[in-house]
Design a protein around this ligand. Structure first.
Ligand SMILES: *Cc1c(COP(=O)(O)O)cnc(C)c1O
Length: 302
């Protein structure tokens, strides 16, 4: 008899099959691999429920359209596949990724229009962008001199795998002893880091960059939370020197929500502890996970 499949480390959806994550592989000839020609989105499951699934699906549909990719599935079908990945894994908190790749054109052709686009998905245990110690004490981030790829080259508002700038920046920051990195635009404004947006608090106002970055669902959640808490919000260019002098700094990402930053380059932020606005937003972020407006329970028995 075959050994039972081990789904508890995660589940991948590949070419119509659900497989243990360790066996989830794409063909080497898929342009998703050969050209980074793909788009994706990440939604999280917390306490057995998707958080803001509709917002992630909206963005995934928009990203696909932007890159002229077609997953050949509607939102209901995508939701069913993602739910089934989670259900098979049994995970109550999970990092769930949906991906659409170019696929491959017929042999000998280099015409992307002839490629059959492919849809992949996986659910793995929840991935935190910051560990427990970093969430408690705050991260040390460095502002890199690596410039984020300009919007006129690759539209940063549609998710993509053009990450070499982010990865090289991250390697530089890690080598220098920091925890993560922020990239700048052509005129020295900070834009974003590898998989997260950035915020700071200046004179009581919550400030975040306006352009040159992916518009995170978590970023939107922070802006909405600030609104509901009566905190003023400024969406505008954010020069690196203002970040270093801010009263508070934090990151937003599906990989853990609101994450405090207590050091930027060599500057200690505030008193070196996560600030009061950051802490309030962390609490509110997790409280919103139980709001039925944003949370969609998964039926683990279906
Ligand atoms: C996904 C992503 C983010 C954060 O988006 P969330 O929806 O909040 O997780 C920020 N920047 C980049 C480059 C990303 O890919």
């Amino acid at each position: 008899m075959d050994a039972p499949l081990n789904f508890s480390d995660g589940v991948g959806f590949v070419r119509g099959e659900y497989v243990p994550i360790a066996d989830a592989a794409i063909p080497m000839t898929d342009w998703g691999f050969l050209r980074s020609d793909a788009t994706y989105d990440v939604v999280t499951v917390w306490d057995g429920a998707f958080f803001r699934l509709e917002a992630h699906l909206d963005r995934f549909v928009r990203s696909c359209a932007r890159w002229r990719l077609d997953p050949h599935l509607d939102r209901g079908q995508i939701t069913e596949i993602l739910s089934r990945c989670v259900r098979l894994s049994g995970l109550r908190s999970s990092y769930v990724e949906m991906i659409c790749t170019r696929g491959k054109p017929p042999w000998g052709s280099r015409d992307p229009r002839l490629a059959v686009n492919q849809f992949y998905a996986f659910a793995v245990p929840f991935i935190w962008l910051a560990n427990a110690e970093q969430r408690e004490n705050g991260l040390h981030v460095m502002v890199s001199d690596v410039q984020r790829i300009p919007p006129s080259s690759v539209d940063p508002s549609a998710k993509n795998y053009h990450w070499n700038d982010l990865t090289m920046g991250l390697l530089g920051a890690l080598d220098a002893g920091a925890d993560s990195v922020l990239l700048v635009d052509g005129v020295g404004n900070v834009v974003e880091g590898p998989g997260f947006n950035v915020f700071c608090v200046i004179d009581g106002a919550v400030v975040t960059p306006a352009e040159g970055m992916l518009e995170g669902v978590s970023r939107r959640t922070v802006i909405e939370m600030a609104g509901s808490l009566g905190l003023p919000v400024q969406v505008r260019a954010l020069p690196a020197h203002q970040l270093r002098c801010a009263h508070e700094v934090f990151l937003s990402t599906s990989g853990g929500g609101v994450l405090p930053v207590t050091k930027v380059d060599q500057s200690v932020i505030g008193n070196g502890r996560p600030g009061p606005v950051t802490q309030l937003l962390v609490q509110t972020y997790w409280a919103w996970h139980t709001d039925p407006a944003y949370s969609q329970p998964i039926d683990y028995c279906a």
